[in-house]
Design a protein. Structure first.
Lengths: 303, 174
């Protein structure tokens, strides 16, 4: 009886493994039924994700703050002085204020470049089980968003639209390992390709070994044919390390993105660049050094 | 004892609920060090309580639902393949060598280990199929983070998995 049970389990295992391999093959061959299943799931999930985003937003940092108690203790002490009602109001206002600040920033950026954009809230992001760097936003094809549109935040490039449903879109973040974007160094025409590596640091490979790179150089998107997937002139990041290996055919560098991809709440999708190329106009202004006040004291001989 | 066909809808429904909770709520939380795959941990805790045939079927269903995630880059069916195979390995080679009445601590440790192995296998199979793989440090951070949270939060989701398993059984099977 036990052998019969084992054989039955093995037969079931083989048939289910074959079924899953069949699904993988169908998906890799681009069979529309299989590939549209995730689109359907996204449509069904969007209202729940939107609700979850509203609910989780004020406490989303709880688990990371738990391990930084020293840093948050002062803030907790400060908040404990306030009464419960006021504290809830402050948290709510802070959340809204943060989103407004991000929205203002991204609209300023889009306005400067004369891009036609639609703004959206981030309602979910890729989980651990997906091992992909992506977010879900609450605007979709009904707002004019299509696949391969550029997504920006207040400080620069965020990623590219991967798929859309009527009311939501999945955005591949620029930190995804499969993400590639053509860039140029602001103020020059040296070009290269920036690749995602799963975090906020990226690798840059220049097309020419003669490219003159230095730490602090700003990188802008080069733009794609027909402005899809990338519109030109969007700030991407700044160089933090240049690899000076002699004898290489290309030059490589490490880049830090302008946008903190772990804390984006509001983004804009570029619907139409209106044929404009902002050139270097969107390069972020360098921080102004604070004036240093120097006081000279000359001791008096009488004292 | 093979899994009654009547259990498929109720098991799928319960797994779908946890998947929905993962996608709508858990994914929005910024966990320290990586993240937490509640759905995976829940599915593995459930599989650990099943007989061989039913474990394989639950693994298949759990993988099929995990494949629905819209943010997933991997081909549809990869999680199904991973979870089906892993469920068979768990019940054949691990479950048999453990005490028949798993203590909560053993269940937590085994669940933590196998949910981490599930992610690692998924990445490896994805790489074999030509998917882009993140750097080693990113994968290591995700795996360590998931293991940490799977263990720390085990008292919350393991009773839920045990109750869900019981709920899916018919009166005769109970």
């Amino acid at each position: 009886m036990a052998t019969r049970g084992t054989n039955r389990a093995r037969l079931l295992l083989v048939s289910l493994l074959v079924t899953s391999l069949l699904l993988i093959t169908l998906d890799l061959r681009g069979v529309s039924v299989v590939s549209s299943i995730r689109g359907f799931t996204q449509s069904a999930l969007a209202p729940f994700q939107s609700f979850g985003s509203t609910l989780i937003s004020p406490i989303g940092q709880f688990f990371s703050d738990l391990f930084n108690l020293n840093n948050t203790r002062e803030r907790i002490d400060e908040l404990e002085k306030e009464n419960q009602e006021l504290k809830a109001q402050v948290i709510f206002n802070k959340d809204i204020e943060g989103e407004l600040k991000q929205l203002k920033g991204v609209l300023d950026l889009a306005g400067k470049a004369r891009f036609k954009t639609v703004s959206a809230r981030v309602i979910s992001k890729g989980g651990t089980a997906t091992i992909s760097e992506s977010i879900v936003i609450d605007q979709g094809s009904s707002a004019g968003i299509r696949r391969d549109m550029t997504v920006i935040a207040a400080s620069g490039l965020v990623g590219v639209v991967k798929s859309t449903t009527a009311n939501a879109s999945v955005v591949m973040l620029m930190s995804d390992p499969s993400f590639r974007v053509g860039v140029r160094v602001a103020g020059s025409q040296f070009m290269g390709v920036l690749s995602g590596e799963g975090q906020n640091i990226f690798s840059l490979q220049m097309l020419s070994a003669a490219a003159d790179l230095s730490v602090g150089d700003v990188l802008l998107s080069r733009g794609s044919s027909g402005d899809a997937p990338f519109v030109p002139g969007v700030p991407v990041g700044k160089i933090v390390f240049v690899e000076n290996a002699t004898g290489q055919l290309t030059k490589e560098a490490r880049v830090e993105s302008f946008v903190d991809l772990n804390s984006i709440g509001v983004v804009s999708v570029v619907l139409d660049s209106r044929g404009s190329n902002p050139g270097d106009a969107l390069v972020p202004a360098a921080p102004r050094p604070a004036p240093t006040i120097t006081v000279f004291v000359t001791p008096s001989p009488n004292e | 004892m093979s899994m009654s066909i009547n259990r498929v809808p109720i098991s799928s429904g319960l797994l779908l609920l946890i998947f929905l909770f993962q996608e709508a709520f858990v994914n929005r939380i910024n966990f320290f060090l990586g993240g937490f795959a509640l759905y995976l941990a829940f599915a593995i805790a459930w599989i650990l309580r099943e007989e061989r045939s039913s474990a394989v079927l639950i693994g298949f269903l759990a993988g099929l639902i995990a494949d629905l995630s819209p943010t997933l880059e991997a081909p549809f069916g990869l999680w199904t393949f991973t979870m089906t195979g892993l469920a068979f390995l768990i019940v054949t080679y691990v479950r048999g060598s453990l005490d028949s009445n798993l203590s909560p601590l053993t269940l937590s440790v085994v669940t933590t280990i196998f949910s981490t192995i599930a992610i690692a296998l998924f990445v490896i199979f994805g790489a074999i199929l030509g998917q882009d793989v993140p750097s080693f440090s990113v994968i290591a951070r995700e795996l360590i983070g998931n293991a940490l949270w799977s263990f720390v939060l085990a008292p919350l989701y393991i009773p839920l998995a045990i109750r869900s398993h019981k709920l899916s059984l018919s009166a005769r099977e109970r």
